[in-house]
Write a protein that binds this ligand. Structure first.
Ligand code: FPP
Length: 247
């Protein structure tokens, strides 16, 4: 997060209808870099600046939870140099931003399977969680080595074990119990999902949690996703009539 002054809530937004949880599929870093004649990694670096400014808006505008899809279980299939760069970028960002984020009251959490994450990054993740656990200004959830199907399977395995051990009856398994076994336990479901760069799919992101989420898709590449466009996305969300399957 930058040390810049507080970003005021834009006048077009209704302060009584602020989403409590915004999630983002940050697509288009590579395409942005290509357009600029730069290597793909420059796109990721610029994308990190967008994360910083959107997180600041969330904090300042009262959006209690911000979740980003930083690295999917499928992303290991990218060229080794890009994967290594991303792992080092995440570690470096956490290292350089942790004190500032902590001072701003950001609570950091991670979604995904940490067992395959390089040890240096994993240690930094543990340190970030520990340091910020009591912060309440905004919760920043970073999905690293995350895949929703895998998360759901893990939940099924844990619940099955408890049933097998006689600690749980099958009848006790309902939506609220199931949600407690997901990486997002304790978080409200996202109100708004933003996907940049025009693709119209969920890409194995929060499949359970997005059941009733409003979706905003833009052609803008993530590095170009500005505070103004974030305002636009929320304004759009505020116009929606959320019925949750009712009339
Ligand atoms: C998708 O664009 C982006 C990623 C897989 C990496 C996202 C990482 C960041 C934005 C860095 C900062 C992150 C944090 C959590 C501080 P792409 O590479 O798939 O772009 P393309 O579809 O145009 O190739």
């Amino acid at each position: 997060m930058t040390t810049q002054l507080i970003t005021k809530l834009p006048a077009i937004l209704d302060p009584t209808k602020i989403p409590q949880h915004v999630a983002a599929i940050m697509d288009g870093n590579g395409r942005w870099a290509k357009q600029q004649g730069l290597p793909r990694i420059a796109g990721h670096q610029q994308g990190a600046n967008t994360v910083r400014s959107i997180l600041r808006c969330c904090k300042d505008w009262g959006i209690a939870n911000f979740t980003v899809y930083a690295f999917s279980t499928e992303n290991w299939g990218r060229p080794e140099a890009e994967v290594n760069f991303l792992m080092r970028l995440f570690e470096g960002l956490l290292d350089s931003e942790l004190d500032r984020m902590h001072a701003e009251g950001v609570r950091i959490r991670f979604l995904g399977d940490r067992s395959q994450v390089p040890i240096g990054l994993r240690n930094m993740m543990d340190k970030s969680i520990k340091k910020t656990v009591n912060n309440r200004a905004v919760t920043f959830n970073i999905a690293i080595n995350y895949g929703s199907r895998n998360e759901i399977l893990q939940a099924c395995r844990s619940i099955s074990k408890r049933v097998k051990n006689g600690e749980l009856e099958t009848e006790q398994i309902d939506e609220s119990l199931f949600a407690k076994y997901l990486d997002t336990h304790g978080l409200p479901d996202p109100d708004l999902l933003i996907r940049t760069s025009g693709e119209q799919r969920l890409s194995n992101f929060l499949l359970w949690q997005l059941a009733y989420t409003e979706i905003y898709i833009t052609n803008t590449h993530w590095p170009d996703f500005s505070n103004d466009e974030f305002t636009q996305a929320i304004a759009d969300y505020q116009q929606r009539n959320r019925r949750f399957g009712k009339v």
